[in-house]
Design a protein around this ligand. Sequence first.
Ligand code: GDP
Length: 334
Amino acid sequence: MDVTPPAQSVIDTDTLAGAVRAGERRALARAITLVESARDDHRAAARALVAELSKSGRQALRIGLSGTPGVGKSTFIESFGCFLTAQGLRVAVLAVDPSSARSGGSILGDKTRMERLSRDPLAFIRPSPSRTHLGGVARRTREAVALCEAAGFDIVLIETVGVGQSETMVAEMCDLFLLLLAPAGGDELQGVKRGIMEMADLILVNKADGDLKPAAMRTRADYAGALRLLRRRPQDPDGFPKALSVSALEEDGLATAWEEMQFLAQWRRDHGHWQSRRAMQARHWFEEEVRHSLLARLTREPLKGVMEHLGTLVGQGARTPDEAAAELLAHMGR
Ligand code: GDP
């Protein structure tokens, strides 16, 4: 009898998990490449790896950072990152970049950015994955966050460009959410959507230096006023969300911003909001994963063919849309 050996995965997830846990950067980079892969066998290995590493129980402070192109996100991450590593903290930087989903290229992945931080032995910078769609990118970034956490990083910074849905996704994977703004020219608020303001724990008005300083102070005051009008969230201590001014370029205001972040994080830990936020996020990603998998099934046979066939029948008036949908769902259950 011909006994074919079982197909073996070339990835030894136990060894890889051990190396990630030991904080080996190359292993971490490999592990992130693994979770970014769409191949079925890689997905299975990635799932095992993330599950194994989630047992480590290590928790980093996950900080989301959003802002439109040009407000100074890279400059801020570079100076804030170096500020943190100077205190002996280990910092990982990840990015969710919707533009990479569209073009295949990545502005956030630009190698020349954050040069000083990228040379820092306490820092790890991962360029944005250039993947098919934002949902996929976000999902993999979330797993990459978990890997950085298991690798013993104290802070994970997750950067996103302030457009579209990407902020909401980043807010669903971080403990604190920062919104970076530039000083406004006039006294008007910069078309920041209310939803994004409501997600922000700290608004940082950047470029508070040189000629821009007075405008930055005014903008800060405007936002402080606008934030006071928002309903206070039960997970926040008095005075939050806050607006501060910083200069990423001159490394000014970073210590104050960091103090506020630590205060807020500690307050949430002490009051159980930290844990409940993480629990809610885990549920959210579970549901997203289910949704994503169900939708993926619709694009594959046999359901793809059933859907096309039913679509034709609906077009011919032979089924109502509702009937056809019910029929399709019945098929899914099989
Ligand atoms: P990003 O697109 O949000 O990542 O923005 P960058 O970090 O690339 O910065 C965009 C421009 O703003 C660059 O020319 C920076 O030098 C400048 N910039 C960033 N931070 C500051 C700051 O604190 N003060 C001033 N004056 N310029 C800044």
